[in-house]
Each structure stands twice: as structure tokens, then as C-alpha cells.
Design a protein around this ligand. Sequence first.
Ligand SMILES: CC(C)(COP(=O)(O)OP(=O)(O)OC[C@H]1O[C@@H](n2cnc3c(N)ncnc32)[C@H](O)[C@@H]1OP(=O)(O)O)[C@@H](O)C(=O)NCCC(=O)NCCS
Length: 201
Amino acid sequence: MDTKNEEEETRKVEFEPVEIEYVSYGGEHHLPLIMSLVDQELSEPYSIFTYRYFVYLWPQLSFLAFHQGKCVGTVVCKMGQHRNTFRGYIAMLVVIKPYRSRGIATELVTRSIKVMMESGCEEVTLEAEVTNKGALALYGRLGFIRAKRLFHYYLNGVDAFRLKLLFPSPELFSSLPMITNNEDSHRHTDHMPPEECCELH
Ligand SMILES: CC(C)(COP(=O)(O)OP(=O)(O)OC[C@H]1O[C@@H](n2cnc3c(N)ncnc32)[C@H](O)[C@@H]1OP(=O)(O)O)[C@@H](O)C(=O)NCCC(=O)NCCS
């Protein structure tokens, strides 16, 4: 990518939070939008079958964020029985660079978690690269803990943390009606060193 394109791709866009429209997965026309965002921003390559698996079986758990008709973020999830627990799983979460740090990912993921909770999930899990400070901070604020470290989990050789949110989470409840940014919501932090990770299984 040349420097000009790179600048355009990262330059912040001015917008009010109310201008962002959140919609749940609405059919095949949303699939290329999701795929394009995820392919751009996540290190793991996914086939169209993987995307279809998620959005066909759990359309109610996938959301897209639009600004003036442009798709700027998405979350893709599933849920089901895992051993003796009914659990939700966040597979993909992406917000394009010019729209980051304005709460869009928090809103997307909170919407999915709310549906999971209403559907009877007892917990939510996901994996994040141990180097992904932004994602670890975001999930930490929502009350996720680091349940496991998975060595060389990704194709690029990077380790993952398995993150887990056990319901009920007061942080999540307090963040559901609106996105909060108060002191209290920063209690679960981003900076827990790996040695403090707890193995839950
Ligand atoms: C991780 C990612 C999804 C976060 O998206 P985001 O929309 O920037 O996330 P949020 O805005 O909800 O939260 C991030 C930050 O915005 C801040 N924020 C939240 N709401 C805000 C608001 N209304 N105004 C200003 N800042 C806000 C948060 O406090 C947080 O602050 P920090 O950057 O100091 O940690 C995004 O960086 C991304 O797509 N990364 C690449 C893909 C990826 O890593 N996905 C996760 C895989 S596990």
C-alpha cells in the first residue's frame, strides 16, 4: 500500500456516535461487507464457508455498524453447548481504523453478548492474540478474564489468550443501556501479566 492510501485508511473521521447505525445480520448482501472488513484487519484467513457457518446458523449474533451507508465495523459470533455449559463465542470483531476508539467495537460486542445472555448462555469466550493490547483492553473493561494461554495458536505463530466472561457481570450490565466511560469501567484492566492468568477448566 502506498503512503497516500495508508494515510487515507488511518485518518480519523469526524462523526457523532448517533450517526452510527447498528444492524443485525440481514442476509447474503451483508456477507461481502463482513468478509472484506475481517480480511483487511485480522491475521487469520477465513474461507467463505467459515463466514457462512456463523452467519447462517446464528444471524442474530452478528452485527454490522454503518456510517453514512459505509460498513465500518462488524462482530461475528456463535453459541451452543460446550461440555456442560451453554456458551457464546465471539469469532471476529473488527472496526476500520478511521472509526476506532469511539466505542463502536464496544457497542457491537455488547449487542452480541446481550443476545447471548438472553438466549441462556452462561458464559462467553473468545481468543485474542497476546500482543493485541486494544482488544485485550476492550474485553477486560467488559469483565472478561484471561482463562488460558494457548501457545502458537495462530498461523502466524503468535500465542493467544482465551478470554472468558462469566454471567452475571456487573460491568456488562452497567454498560448495556449506553456505553460508559467512567472510572469504574476501567477496573478490570488490560495490564494483567500472563503469570496471573487463571486456568478455569
Ligand atoms: C480491537 C478493535 C475491534 C477495537 O475497536 P474500537 O471501536 O476502537 O473499540 P472501542 O472504541 O469500543 O474501544 C477502544 C477504545 O475506545 C475508547 N472509547 C470507547 N468509547 C468511546 C467514546 N465514546 N469516545 C471516545 N473513546 C471511546 C475506549 O475507552 C478504548 O480506549 P483505549 O483505546 O484507550 O483502550 C479495533 O482496534 C480493531 O478492529 N482491531 C483490529 C482487529 C482486532 O484486533 N480485532 C479483535 C480480535 S480479538
